[in-house]
Design a protein around this ligand. Sequence first.
Ligand code: 13P
Length: 258
Amino acid sequence: MNRKYRKTVIAGNWKMNKTPSETKDFMNQFKSIMPKGRWCDIALCVPAVCIPAAVRAVRDTRVGIGAENCNANASGAYTGEIATNMLVDAGCKYVIIGHSERRAMGETDADVNAKVLAALEAGLTPIMCCGESLEQRQADVTSEWIAMQIKLGLQGVPEEKIRKVIIAYEPIWAIGTGLTATPEQAQEVCESIRAVVRKLYTSKHARAISILYGGSMNEKNAFDLLAQPDIDGGLIGGASLVPEKFVQIIEAANQPTV
Ligand code: 13P
C-alpha cells in the first residue's frame, strides 16, 4: 500500500451468495463491529437483488455498495441484463468487471472494455479484474497475459478518468482454492500492472491508481499481502461473507505504509 499517493480499497465480492434477508443480517452484524478508522475505502459488491437491502443498510456508514457485473448498453432488448445507470440509480458506487468467473462464461476483453467505458460514463468506479491461469503461470507468460488484459480493458479510457479505475489482480489458480499467491508473487504482478499503466498514461497516473489483490485473501494473510508496496487493497470472496473475517481484513489495512 502507499496511502500517500493512492487509496487503499478493501472490497468484498459476494458472488452468488446471500439472499436479500441474509444481506440485512450481515450488514447489521458488520456495522456493529466495523472499524471506525478511515484508513481505507470499503466496498461490498453483492448480487443484484441484494443491492437495495445493502444500500439501505449502509446509508449511515462509509461503506460503498457495488454490483458484480453490468451491461455496456444504455438500455434496450437485453433480457436479464442490468445497465450502469440502473446501478447508479439503485445506489451503487462500484461495479466489478471482467471477473474470471464471468470471463469463463464467455466475456471477452472487448466486452470488459465496453463495460469499463460504460461504468465510467455513468459515474461508477469499475473494479476491472485480470489474472492468469495455472497453465499460463507455469508457461511463464503471466506478465504478457496480464499486460494484454490491461491494455485491452483500458482502451479508450481517457487520461482524466484513469484514476477512477480500480484494477484487481486475481490469479485464477488462487480463487476459492485456499492457494494464495505469496506476497512476493502478488507484488511482482501488481508492480507490472502499474508499469503497464505508466506506459499507457504517465507515472503520475500509475502512482495514483489502486491495484488490489484477490484470491483466497483472508484474515490471516491480508496483513502480509497489504504490506507490499504495489498492493493497494483486496478483492475478497469467501472471507467477505463473514463479518468478523471481513473486519479483520479491513483492520489489516491499518498498518504503516511505504
Ligand atoms: P476468494 O477470496 O473466495 O478466493 O475469491 C476471490 C475472488 O474471486 C474475489 O473476486
